[in-house]
Design a protein around this ligand. Structure first.
Ligand code: SF4
Length: 501
């Protein structure tokens, strides 16, 4: 049993106390689903069913003013929190506030920006619209209506997630799954659709704003098992959210154990996308069921399945506390591998030093640097985005200052409609300045590793800003991508599917 050491906050004070088969679905489909829902009635249904672990306290719009540190914020900064958090999710917690944020550097502190909404995270006209409602004390119905209107203008589901990634099984649309790349399916457990704190940049922000029609989530593990069985090309299942580590171990086990028990020959890796190491490392140390959680991990690795932690670290400070170091050590002891990833974000980590320091420290702690992403075209992208040319410079400078062992990292990469597009660099060909790009993963697996070129544009921040170089009319993938999207649309029109929720 791990013993908790005395926590010390950044400000020198103590931290907060601190199977039925669905392959042949027919007329009885709905009855089966209903029976399954009823059998699962005992699962917690909402965030409020999840009790806070000891020492953890979350802060959101309703209670953040209870934090003594908030007195350090200007009236303007507090008003911005009130306004922006009506549209975008806001949640922080006792660990982040007491052990990660350097309050002497607020409002510029990167971890503060990572959790606390800032005025410019909304476009000026959106901010003014919401500010006017807050100032005149508009009621919740009016505020929610305006917030929902604004949200729909923020590209809530970039890269075709809702329309083109949701798989089907028989007549059933599996709305809690995504299958974009051949080998990997994403599963969104309905109990895991929140996080220990919310990143202001989160591209999954629609999961947290109470608009159910924008949300991915699913309870039926049996459908996941059947889907993986029916798709021998799938080798990896990625549990994502939200943060699956928000779940109690017994609930996580209800998703993972059936996968193990099914003995699926094609299943090689279970991935868990999580930021718990950054936001609540005590999940692996002192939470009541921390030991059971680690036993569950051991059960996965003992079954011969690779357990891959896809850990989000956005800033080197998240790796600095005793708690996170001990949590990493405990996870690694189970045989799990920790790979790390983050987007490159202006105002948070837009310097080569931040990245090289992160990668070096991650390697020292036994983690494997995996991805640097580009800020996605959703939510507050305008606030966080870094031009692609600058992103590549940051990546190159950071990469050049770490040893070969940290150069497992890939990027900068855009998770865009056709696939993951890596910016290889800026170069000159025949006297013309161009971006050299490469598809790392594609909707069509044959697209992977294909290089291509775009005209140099110093302001471009996303793939959609780029034009093909050398007078080409379209990028190599565009025609096929349009055809695939048209076919998806036609299929949906002809045969609406039964959603599973
Ligand atoms: S932890 Fe991940 S899912 Fe949760 S808010 Fe941050 S980026 Fe989004």
């Amino acid at each position: 049993m791990w013993k908790q050491g005395k926590r010390k906050s950044k400000n020198g004070k103590n931290g907060a106390a601190s199977p039925a088969s669905y392959l042949d679905l027919g007329a009885d489909n709905l009855a089966k689903l209903r029976a399954m829902h009823e059998a699962q009635e005992t699962l917690p249904r909402t965030e409020s069913d999840l009790e806070d672990p000891p020492g953890y306290r979350s802060y959101a719009l309703n209670n953040y003013r209870e934090l003594p540190q908030v007195a350090r914020l200007s009236d303007e900064a507090q008003f911005a929190i009130e306004v922006v958090s009506r549209v975008l999710p806001f949640k922080t917690n006792s660990y982040v506030v007491d052990e990660l944020i350097d309050w002497d550097d607020v409002p510029n502190d990167p971890i503060f920006v990572l959790n606390f909404p800032q005025r410019d995270m909304l476009l000026p006209h959106h901010f003014e619209e919401m500010a006017a409602l807050v100032r005149r004390g508009a009621d919740k119905i009016e505020i929610d209506a305006a917030a929902n209107r604004i949200r729909l203008e923020l590209n809530p589901h970039p890269a075709g997630q809702m329309d083109h990634n949701v798989p089907t099984l028989g007549e059933t649309r599996l709305t809690g799954m995504q299958h974009k790349y051949q080998e990997t399916v994403l599963f969104f457990p309905s109990n895991g659709q929140t996080c220990h704190a919310y990143c202001t940049f989160c591209f999954r922000w629609p999961q947290f704003v109470g608009m159910d029609e924008l949300k991915f989530a699913m309870r039926e593990t049996e459908l996941l098992v059947d889907y993986v069985r029916a798709h021998p090309e799938v080798s990896d299942v990625l549990f994502t959210g939200g943060d699956p580590m928000i779940m109690r171990t017994r609930n996580l086990a209800r998703y993972i154990v059936p996968l193990l028990q099914a003995c699926l020959p094609n299943l090689r890796t279970i991935r868990i996308g999580t930021k718990a190491l950054g936001y609540w490392p005590y999940r692996f140390l002192t939470d009541e069921d921390a030991d059971e959680l680690l036993d569950l991990f051991r059960r996965v690795t003992a079954a011969g399945i690779h357990l891959a932690f896809m850990a989000h670290f956005n800033h080197p400070r998240e790796l600095s506390t005793d708690a996170v170091k001990q949590a990493i050590a405990r996870i690694r002891e189970t045989g799990a591998e920790i790979r790390t990833q983050s987007p490159l974000m202006r105002n948070i980590n837009d310097s080569p030093e931040a990245w090289s320091e992160m990668w070096r420290e991650q390697v020292r702690l036994g983690c494997v640097p995996y991805y640097m992403f580009i800020a996605r075209d959703t939510g507050a992208q305008h606030y966080f985005s870094v031009p692609l040319a600058r992103a590549w410079e940051i990546f190159r400078d950071a990469y050049n200052s770490v040893s070969g062992i940290a150069r497992t990292v890939r990027g900068p990469s855009m998770s865009a409609d056709p696939g993951k597009v890596e910016v290889l660099g800026v170069t000159s060909i025949g006297g013309k300045k161009v971006f050299a790009l490469r598809m790392l993963q594609g909707r069509n697996p044959d697209w992977a590793m294909r290089p291509f070129f775009a005209e140099y544009d110093p302001k471009a921040v996303w793939l959609s800003d780029l034009k093909p170089a050398f007078g080409e009319k379209r990028f190599f993938f565009e025609e096929e991508l349009e055809k695939r999207y048209r076919e998806d649309d036609d299929r949906r029109r002809v045969k609406p599917l039964v959603p599973v929720i």
